[in-house]
Ligand binder design. Structure first.
Ligand code: ZN
Length: 195
């Protein structure tokens, strides 16, 4: 099996890096060893010579347990860039973190991090949403969070009307526009006039 990937274009994983981890190991069904690979590891995605053994006792129970993990080449669902889902990472997922063997890794490390960031910001936004009688600072924070989530495509564009409403409310209460307020307005108009 020849490996023709140019890993220098792959998204870097903060822990495992960018290049396959060679073990020189390729489990062979014909040698009498029980070999079950993950469904997300078809032959065209597998990096040869990167197999490691699974610890079935630690893996979450499954109808067909996975006996070996390979580094596999994936394409990120969000940014479209290639990345590796490492054998050691899979072992960590399925044996240490308790993820079901059916769970798959569809986003690159950067997009996963971005997704976590967006999740945190969305929770903060929702928290502010439920605050009765928000202060000016809270309204501005909420407007900023909303705008950031729109810019990240986590919120629909039509939510800009909410950003504007929050800013108008602040302006009505304060009777003046602070530097922070002006900065959000500026970002908002840049977003609305983008090409
Ligand atoms: Zn990505």
């Amino acid at each position: 099996m020849r490996d023709t990937n140019n890993y220098s274009t792959f998204v870097v994983h903060p822990r495992y890096g960018q290049y396959p981890h060679e073990t020189g190991f390729n489990p062979d069904r014909n040698s009498g060893v029980d070999v079950h690979l993950h469904w997300h590891s078809p032959i065209n995605c597998r990096v040869p010579d990167t197999a490691i053994r699974a610890n079935l006792a630690k893996q979450t129970p499954a109808t067909v347990p996975v006996t070996h993990y390979y580094d596999v080449v994936r394409q990120c669902r969000d940014c479209g860039r290639p990345f590796l889902f490492f054998a050691r990472e899979q072992k960590h997922w399925y044996e240490e973190l308790g993820f079901g063997i059916d769970s798959d890794c569809v986003r690159c490390p950067e997009c996963r991090k971005q997704q976590q960031r967006a999740g945190r910001l969305r929770r903060r936004y929702e928290e502010l949403f439920h605050v009765a009688n928000r202060s000016t600072e809270q309204n501005l924070e909420m407007a900023e969070a909303c705008l950031t989530l729109i810019e990240w495509s986590a919120f629909h564009e039509r939510q800009v009307s909410r950003v504007r409403m929050l800013l108008n409310r602040v302006a009505a209460v304060e009777g003046t526009v602070s530097t922070r307020h002006a900065a959000i307005l500026d970002r908002l108009s840049r977003f609305e006039s983008r090409g």
